[in-house]
Design a protein around this ligand. Structure first.
Ligand code: DO4
Ligand code: MG
Length: 289
């Protein structure tokens, strides 16, 4: 089962539904933001009570966030991420220190309206030479700091901008098309996230040019520690998505190009596939009325 946002041709207003074997059961909420105002046990009850009302083939799936829900990201939570950043950066010690520190690295990634979904493009900055996808498991957290479910995230990153100076992190991480989420939220009551395979595959002109797999078991920090720091001094009245960091980073000789297709798959959670484009002009659709 997944929880999705969808739009149908007969109704311009996005709706929230449970998706089960190609059948949608619409939920009586105004948006995902309202669902994330409920306790997990209430969300579970609402999902169980929903009645099937349409087929997946009649609708378009949207990004799984809306309202004032924000996407935040944890960084350097896997050894591979620490080592890759030490390799690329002019200031290596910040990454070694944060990997071992009690306080995790957390950064703002995206408001809901900038998030792209499966099938839409992801972006590369036109002033960046070295760019990678970051395949990550993301937590969907309600206003009470409870994990409601999980989605697949691609935390697109400019290695050259971040590598030049860690203070450029917001420019390396927040730009048009940098945050992609899979459309379906896999409910927390249905899955154990402690050892899920995360796979990244990049194809160019139909041929695989990068393929790798890791497991959520390799993460250095408990999810509850990440959410505790996120909620320590801030409130998320419409809930929040927290992506938990990457355990897969290609070597420095790997470069994304326009036209590449990135596929991130997480066992039991879902799949996210996006073509790569360069430049913000490809993302006018995010601001169209
Ligand atoms: O420290 C920079 C960002 C790290 C990150 O996004 C990751 O480890 O996934
Ligand atoms: Mg990341």
């Amino acid at each position: 089962m997944h929880i999705v946002r969808y739009r149908s041709v007969s109704d311009s207003r996005p709706r929230i539904a449970v998706l089960n074997d190609g059948v949608l059961s619409t939920l009586p909420v105004a948006g995902m933001f309202e669902l994330l105002n409920h306790r997990v046990e209430e969300v579970e009850r609402m999902c169980a009570d929903a009645a099937p009302d349409r087929s997946l083939s009649e609708v378009r799936l949207l990004a799984p966030v809306d309202g004032a829900t924000e996407v935040w990201a944890a960084g350097v939570t896997y050894l591979r991420s620490r080592d890759a950043r030490v390799e690329e950066s002019t200031l290596k010690s910040v990454y070694e220190l944060v990997y071992d520190a009690e306080r995790p690295e957390l950064f703002f990634k995206s408001p809901a309206w900038r998030v792209v979904v499966d099938g839409e493009p992801v972006g590369i900055r036109s002033d960046s030479e070295l760019n990678v996808p970051e395949p990550e498991l993301a937590l969907v957290v309600n206003r009470f700091e409870e994990i409601v479910g999980y989605v697949v995230c691609n935390d697109m990153s400019s290695r050259s901008v971040e590598g030049e100076n860690p203070l450029y992190l917001p420019q390396a991480k927040l730009y048009a098309g940098a945050c992609a989420l899979s459309s379906g939220i896999r409910p927390a009551w249905e899955v154990d996230p402690s050892d899920l395979a995360i796979r990244l595959r990049v194809t160019r002109d139909g041929a695989v040019i990068w393929d790798g797999t890791t497991s959520t078991k390799q993460i250095r920090r408990p999810f509850a520690q990440l959410t505790a720091y996120l909620f320590h001094s801030e409130n998320y009245p419409h809930g929040v998505v927290l992506t938990t960091g990457t355990g897969l980073v290609p070597d420095l000789d790997f470069q994304l190009h326009a036209g590449d297709v990135i596929t991130v798959t997480i066992d039991e959670i879902g799949e996210l596939r996006n073509p790569v484009v360069v430049g913000k002009e490809h993302f006018d659709f995010l601001t169209a009325p």
